[in-house]
Design a protein around this ligand. Structure first.
Ligand code: NAD
Length: 521
């Protein structure tokens, strides 16, 4: 049964720990994608003036936050993770209502944020630097991390809490202050996330939320001269714009972009296991994951078996409101995305692929109130077709037949993206060869392309990003800069690279007391 909707929220931006009205006076709505009659909230459509106010608040908060001891900062994150844990069900319900993913997956999204909070909180008592030998006598050398200052975090709607957590937890752990521009489709999830951080003890102004659209609010965050680094997750097209602006401004940009991920199924694979993986990878979150299994590259020997089972089981997936028990596939995010997904069905047909399942907007009964698309499977897809190359970001997957393992790996590597690739095989040599040769940031063996865990680095090669990785044991590297410190206690001028040369005399000291006792070099 569908949950009873709470009344819509009407709010301003969240700046300096308080509600702040937008200078524009304009608003936008967030609606439940499973039932667009359900208004979740009304939010300000901010512009550069609002972003400027948020940056000012962040700059003020930064001075004190960066001086807060690392372990104290970690304690705030731990408390935030614990609060999220206590309210996991409530947060998951909100996420299902605002974004559409089914409740169990929404719970997983919140859990990922909790895991990240606990993991990063531990950095409060680590955040290790290095003690490094100096080439000179009586000289100490070491490194420590320092924050950038005010940073911008810009996020998409498909992981409304996990992705903000991946960015904001390590950013504040490292002592930065944040201006957060969440996706326009999931503003309430973003606000609740930041409210929990503040309830956990984060001082006002350390994280500020500016709602609005990418081309005005998002763009202003990127262009603001006092945002020192931009952490962005979204599409390749937007990532390029962000990167161009940051490049000109000599500003760090960390980009997590699109994917066109593939599961490779070789002849020796366990076909049922591969079908389980393909169903979860292709239709979980209605295919709206950057790691979704949107290509299924299948060797000839198991093609028939795999295809029959996949289509049979995909046809039985229950489509509906993710808040209803038993529903396996929820709506897609909005009407523009629904139309885009459907346009790819036309493109696939025109290219000569065989539509094996779905291919229509779902309008039966209550589905007519939301943005639902039938789980869609294409067969006879060639690797170069657009439906096998371009990110559709919906419940559409493409079966690509291949004669052998070489052709499978070649097809898997044939897109502009390099996020997540997987191989199903029971042959050890094939598995290790795939691990070596698949061009991606993430590789799975006998599991689908989705399911990353926060203690490993996350990110992709090629056009999926610009070489950065989030999460994992190096998570802080993204959000901090190194400071190298040299402490010379010799009492005389020592010249690196010069006074170390064998046989060369050190220059005379200006300190007669130290000069007498200084060791000969
Ligand atoms: P999008 O690029 O349209 O928007 C992402 C964010 O950028 C939103 O907050 C948006 O308002 C903002 N934005 C848009 N234009 C902007 C501009 N000119 N300047 C600054 N900000 C701007 O992407 P989306 O549709 O929200 O998300 C889907 C995309 O995100 C897919 O391509 C998906 O693969 C990708 N994604 C990648 C990862 C990853 O980790 N690699 C994870 C999730 C989603």
């Amino acid at each position: 049964m569908t949950a009873v909707a709470s009344p819509p929220v009407e709010t301003g931006n969240h700046i300096g720990g308080r509600r702040s009205e937008s200078h524009t006076g304009r608003t936008f709505e967030s609606r439940n994608p499973a039932n667009t009659d359900d208004l979740v909230g009304v939010f300000p459509q901010s512009d550069a003036r609002d972003v400027d106010a948020a940056v000012t608040a962040a700059k003020t908060a930064f001075d004190s936050w960066r001086k807060t001891p690392w372990p104290k900062r970690g304690e705030v994150l731990l408390r935030a993770a614990e609060l999220m844990e206590q309210r996991k069900d409530e947060l998951a319900k909100l996420m299902t209502r605002e974004m559409g993913k089914v409740l169990t997956e929404a719970g997983g999204d919140v859990q990922e944020a909790i895991d990240m909070g606990k993991f990063i909180a531990g950095e409060g008592r680590r955040a290790f630097g290095e003690t490094v030998p100096s080439e000179l006598r009586d000289k100490w050398a070491m490194t420590m991390r320092q924050p950038f200052g005010v940073v911008g975090c810009i996020t998409p709607w498909n992981f409304p809490m996990a992705i903000p957590a991946w960015k904001i937890f390590p950013a504040v752990m490292a002592g930065n202050a944040v201006v957060f521009k969440p996706a326009e489709d999931t503003p309430l999830c973003a606000l609740r996330f930041v409210e929990i951080l503040e309830e956990a003890g984060l001082p006002p102004g350390v994280v500020n939320v500016v709602f609005g659209f990418g081309e005005d609010a998002g763009d202003a965050v990127v262009r603001h001269p006092h945002t020192k680094a931009i952490f962005f997750t979204g599409s390749v097209a937007t990532g390029r714009l962000v990167s161009e602006i940051c490049g000109r401004m000599l500003k760090k940009s960390s980009l997590e972009l699109g994917g066109k991920n593939a599961i490779v199924v070789l002849d020796d694979a366990d076909v049922e296991l591969a079908v389980d993986g393909a169903l979860w990878g292709a239709f979980g979150t209605s295919g709206q994951r950057c790691t979704a299994s949107s290509r299924l590259i299948v060797q000839h020997g198991v093609l028939r078996d795999f295809t029959d089972h996949l289509v049979d089981r995909a046809a039985r997936l229950r489509l509906g409101d993710g808040a209803d028990s038993g529903v396996e596939v929820g709506p897609v995010i909005n009407s523009a995305q629904l139309q885009r997904i459907h346009s790819y069905t036309g493109i696939g047909r025109d290219e000569g692929a065989t539509l094996l399942l779905g291919g229509e907007v779902a309008r039966d009964g209550a589905l007519a109130k939301g943005h639902f698309y039938q789980p869609t499977v294409f067969g006879d897809v060639r690797p170069e077709m657009r439906i096998a190359q371009e990110e559709i970001f919906g419940p559409t997957t493409a079966i690509i037949p291949v004669p052998d393992a070489d052709a499978a790996l070649q097809a898997a590597n044939s897109t502009q993206y390099g996020l997540s690739l997987s191989v199903y095989t029971n042959d050890l040599r094939s598995a290790f060869r795939a691990i070596d040769d698949l061009q991606a940031g993430i590789v799975y063996v006998n599991a689908p392309t989705i399911g990353a865990e926060i203690q490993l680095p996350f990110g992709g090669t090629k056009d999926t990003g610009n070489g950065h990785r989030e999460a994992g044991s190096h998570a802080l590297d993204e959000f901090s800069e190194w400071k190298s410190i040299y402490i010379d206690y010799s009492g005389r001028l020592q010249r690196a690279q010069i006074d170390t040369t064998k046989g060369e005399q050190a220059p005379p000291s200006h300190n007669p007391h130290r000069a007498e006792s200084a060791p000969a070099e």
